[in-house]
Write a protein that binds this ligand. Structure first.
Ligand SMILES: [Zn+2]
Length: 147
């Protein structure tokens, strides 16, 4: 075991429950998996790994960890940006006014300005807010009338 100054940049190999190598994650991610019980050390016997210290505790992070649960799909795959997933993320409410009726997807940066169809740029908006955000930034009149 060694204490490495840039230990947080090291990566850990993740094995599936069936001991198949799946992926590499950085140490922070590995620590989260270990602390939350989603993974366990695979190589305590060899003594390899890193000792990561925080102000309150220290944790031994092995070079290999094994997931303790079977279905790991959700951990590694970012779901596609689609209506169902965005609505779920935003708890089925308009991110501008909180309404939960007539919901649509709105791009924070509009497509006309090059806004991508990504998780960062797509939010749930009701039809009313969506049509308002589609206006140019100079048209602020709806702010006054919205209250
Ligand atoms: Zn709204």
């Amino acid at each position: 075991m060694s204490v490495v100054t840039d230990v947080l940049r090291q990566s850990v190999v993740v094995f599936s429950q069936n001991y198949l190598p799946m992926s590499r994650v950085n140490i922070k991610r590995a620590i989260v998996l270990l602390v939350t019980g989603k993974a366990q050390a695979l190589d305590y016997s060899t003594g390899n790994g890193w000792l990561v210290r925080s102000p309150s505790t220290s944790i031994h992070v092995p070079e290999h960890i094994r997931l303790t649960f079977g279905n790991s799909e959700r951990l590694w795959k970012v779901p596609p940006v689609n209506r169902r997933e965005v609505l779920r993320r935003d708890a089925h409410s308009c991110q501008y006014c909180g309404s939960n009726r007539h919901l649509t997807l709105d791009r924070v940066i509009p497509r006309s300005k090059g806004g991508p169809h990504t998780w960062d740029n797509v939010v749930t908006a009701c039809e009313g807010c969506n049509s308002r955000t589609g206006r140019s930034n100079s048209d602020r009149s709806w702010n006054a009338s919205a209250n």
